[in-house]
Ligand binder design. Structure first.
Ligand code: NAD
Length: 337
């Protein structure tokens, strides 16, 4: 199902466009990034194995003659003529990354290695989608980038947490040994349209349950806190971090520092959807962190970035998306760009 990319180097030369490879471009965040970069005039090659990504996230982008996609597993090496790389390829929700933990670890380690080697070959700047999970169940609040974390190396979440930590180490070593221009975003919980309804993440879970009038499942007593960043804010942070004017070759937290308890989130979703759903409480999963909040001082100072979309506003757009999805699952097909 590849859409052969149209001689990227030829396009770039003719129009002096940057050719950007987005690994994991068919996923939730990746598809928004593809859209943003296409709109800004880049040639975009989306590379994805479609394990959690979906074609319907991309269909509305096919009208851009500067867009192409390739089905490929980054665990295997690849060569393409590119100027920049974004590595977002990795399942992000626990349900999906725990389904095949060895593949998750391979994606994080071999996948990053392959893309870093590609960056060396083409002297390309490369971005890594890291995660707040590298802080584990943190003992420091909020978490600054200098905090080394509290991570279990031997549990169901370890394939993702330790995989992402190893990927950061590879980025560090390619920067110091090969001079690769690396950019690393430690992403905190992000939500918005194009999350999968079945991915088990807290925002999509609550919205789908509320819209279906099902009980809203809160794990633990709901007092654990999370910070939720709307996808548009996050993508703005990605592009700022990758810009020429920035030379940050160290990890940067990107997320919304405004903290909500999981119970508060459930109550907001119920109110917004006017759902008859009631909250039910279940035991906390193993290694579930009690509290997460980014310290975004670096992003503010170095990128001039901070989230601007409040939870209520972002939830409204996300609920509208899921309403369309539940009525008409392929509604992205008719989305107007
Ligand atoms: N969404 C968040 O809140 C969040 C938080 C922290 C970090 N991240 C990171 O951001 C990135 C994107 O997350 P997302 O929420 O869009 O997840 P997602 O699951 O929607 O997207 C991941 C994409 O990567 C693809 N993929 C997975 N393994 C691959 C492989 N081996 N080769 C090629 N493609 C592969 C999937 O098919 C999918 O399209 C991930 O790396 C994730 O770890 C996301």
């Amino acid at each position: 199902m590849n859409m052969p990319f149209r001689s990227a180097s030829l396009y770039s030369k003719m129009f002096e466009r940057r050719t950007v490879l987005i690994a994991g471009g068919a996923g939730f965040l990746g598809s928004h990034l593809c859209e943003r970069l296409l709109r800004s005039g880049c040639q975009v090659i989306c590379l994805d194995d479609f394990s959690t990504g979906r074609m319907e996230n991309l269909r509305h982008l096919l009208r851009f003659d500067t867009f192409s996609f390739i089905r490929h597993d980054i665990v295997n090496s690849i060569d393409l003529p590119i100027d920049e790389i974004y590595n977002l390829a990795c399942p992000a929700s626990p349900v999906h990354y725990q389904a095949d933990p060895v593949q998750t670890m391979k994606t994080c380690v071999f996948g990053s290695l392959n893309l870093l080697e590609l960056a060396v070959r083409h002297q390309a700047r490369i971005f890594q989608a890291s995660t707040s999970e590298i802080y584990g169940d943190p003992h420091v609040h909020p978490q600054p980038e200098g905090y080394w974390g509290n991570v279990n190396s031997f549990g169901p979440r370890s394939c993702y947490d330790e995989g992402k930590r190893s990927a950061e180490t590879l980025f560090h070593d390619f920067h110091t040994r090969h001079g690769v221009d690396i950019r690393i975003a430690r992403i905190f919980n992000t939500y918005g349209p194009r999350m999968r309804p079945d991915d088990g993440r807290v925002v999509s879970n609550f919205i789908v349950q509320a819209l279906k009038g099902q009980p809203i499942t809160v794990y633990g007593d709901g007092s654990q806190t999370r910070s939720f960043c709307y996808v548009d804010d996050l993508i703005e942070g990605f592009t700022r971090l990758m810009s020429d004017s920035v030379t940050l070759n160290v990890p940067v937290n990107l997320g919304n520092p405004v903290e909500f308890s999981v119970r508060e989130l459930a109550e907001q979703v119920i109110a917004l959807t006017r759902s008859p759903s009631k909250i039910v409480y279940k035991p906390l999963p193993i290694d579930d962190p009690r509290q997460r909040r980014p310290d975004i001082t670096t992003a503010k100072q170095e990128l001039g970035w901070e989230p601007s979309i409040a939870l209520a506003e972002g939830l409204e757009a996300t609920v509208a998306y899921f309403e369309r999805q539940l009525v008409r699952p392929n509604s992205e097909l008719v989305e107007v760009v």
